[in-house]
Design a protein around this ligand. Sequence first.
Ligand code: CP
Length: 294
Amino acid sequence: ERHLLGLRQLGKEEIVGILDRAAHWERQTNKVNPVLEGKFVANMFFENSTRTRFSFEVAEKRLGAQVLNFSAAASSVEKGESIYDTVRTLESMGIDAGVIRMKPIGLLAELADKIKVPLINAGDGNNEHPTQALLDLYTMRKTFGEIKGLTVSIIGDILHSRVARSNLWGLHKLGANVKFCAPDNMQAPDLSEYAPYVGLEEALQADVVMALRVQLERHDKGFIRSAEEYREHYGLTVERAAAMQPHAIIMHPAPVNRGVEIDDELVEHEKSKIFTQMSHGVPIRMAVIERALA
Ligand code: CP
């Protein structure tokens, strides 16, 4: 099984193995280590992306792979071609692995049954975003030495968040406590048996305070009354960050709505790991691509 569909079905040993291998790649001083020379990897993005798409591309190039970048807007998807037919088309041309981001939930498992080359989930609907959670776990492990026993609060739009789901599964496997904090209409009923919903004051007393982006594109109109109101009740403001424990860190998967779920001044605050998370995306994705192909 060389696919990476999500962290829910990945064992603890596999997760730790990927984190350890990412640490190996982070230590390399050579920009290119061509262990995947002669391999072709397609990055298939049916939804927009900056971080995930480019850090996969950097990771693939650093391993010496040939990279094909597919974006739905410039493809025959615009003529109505399905995701399956698109992936099957690239497979028929001889790609060795595919990185895929898309909106439909459940389709990835179907594709993984039918497509012979390894597929890596770069985000599917609100289901999972495993490489984001892996780089988050990596960042926490690097900051605190170990993940076991940490308390991680995830604040915001849990309902629409594949990042929250992948982090929940990964953090539980590595022995962390997860708490959610969200307005009623952003709570995910299917997750309440796995992590408690707490008030903001309690959520701030964690080792890691992870704010999520309010995903305006996934909400119906009127779902969020205003950015100001969201900030007032759930935003990580400068005042609220001052109430965090001295050792605690701020995380956010980005892109950030500055001034909505997190204040502008906190994005590059000394407590913030937001850009560190992004830089860890490269060694994590090197480890994931290598696992798929080596
Ligand atoms: N965090 C993340 O997935 O960002 P992108 O949507 O820009 O890839």
